[in-house]
Ligand binder design. Structure first.
Ligand code: HH2
Length: 261
């Protein structure tokens, strides 16, 4: 069964839960709840990547994520840090994280690849077209799946060349990162083509705007769409699902797996 990566956003401005867990105690309590609900991984992030989000300084990002990782490290869960800054990743690894989830696929900070190689971290390399501020301004592809696949193949090769063991690399199509709703849904339908790269796929559809494009729902009304897209992604071979609603997606996956055998 796919593993669940529960989202712990220590931010004031994340698109669906901004401000709810900015206080470290609230974030730690939330992470513990997600672990109890069946998350195998907790993804702790201190910077929103939604279109138009404000940039966060290294100091502020450290201040947000490090105490939360320390407060979760005793759990029987892997901890990932959602950052593209190498110094933040370094401190997060010191504090107990073992996975670096970098939405820039290590293009954002020249020091990231060497750090992850030297520390033996697992890394998530995600596709994004453009940068968060402008990525949703008319994104275009000839063939979104072929282009995402070529990008991930290139980043995988670069990571291995930098000394990161291939076994420690996961790939992510970056649902919502420089893609229209049609692009996102085509990627989800054709996820099998990305599996051919031979690495585990992580997929994050949770509460994202393509769901709202389908049925007009607001970010806090997208649980059904999150479950449908997560279960379908798992059926297409995703091994890690990054979700906010761990208990509900866990139940959906358990039932789907029981039916399919
Ligand atoms: N999506 C978000 C953030 N990080 N990392 C990976 N690997 N894959 C994703 O799809 C992904 C990600 C966006 O979701 P969220 O953290 O809820 O929002 P925000 O960026 O506004 O904090």
């Amino acid at each position: 069964m796919a593993k669940l990566m529960g989202v712990v956003n220590v931010t004031p401005d994340s698109f669906s839960d901004g401000g709810l867990f900015l206080d470290p105690e609230a974030a730690i309590a939330h992470g513990r709840e997600l672990a109890a609900a069946g998350a195998e991984i907790l993804d702790v992030g201190g910077e929103s990547t939604r279109p138009g989000a404000a940039a966060v300084s290294e100091e502020e990002e450290l201040r947000r994520v490090v105490p939360v990782i320390r407060g979760l490290r005793d759990l029987d869960c892997d901890i990932s840090v959602d950052t593209s800054k190498a110094p933040v990743a370094a401190s997060a690894l010191d504090a107990g994280a073992t996975i670096v989830n970098d939405v820039t696929a290590m293009r954002g900070d020249a020091g990231m690849a060497a750090l992850c190689a030297g520390r033996g971290a697992t890394v998530v390399l995600m596709h994004m077209l453009g940068e968060p501020r402008t990525m949703q301004d008319d994104p275009r592809y000839e063939d979104v799946v072929a282009e995402v696949r070529a990008f991930l193949a290139e980043r995988l090769e670069a990571a291995v060349a930098a000394g990161i063991a291939a076994e420690r690399i996961w790939l992510d199509p970056g649902i919502g990162f420089g893609k229209t709703a049609a692009h996102n849904m085509e990627l989800l339908r054709r996820l099998g083509e990305l599996r051919e790269l031979g690495r585990p796929l992580a997929v994050g559809t949770s509460r994202k705007s393509f769901i709202g494009k389908v049925d007009g729902s607001a970010a806090d009304e997208r649980l059904g769409g999150t479950i449908a897209s997560s279960v379908l992604a798992a059926a297409e071979g995703a091994e890690v699902l990054r979700v906010h609603d761990v208990a509900e997606v866990r139940q959906a996956l358990t039932v789907a797996t029981a039916i399919l055998g």
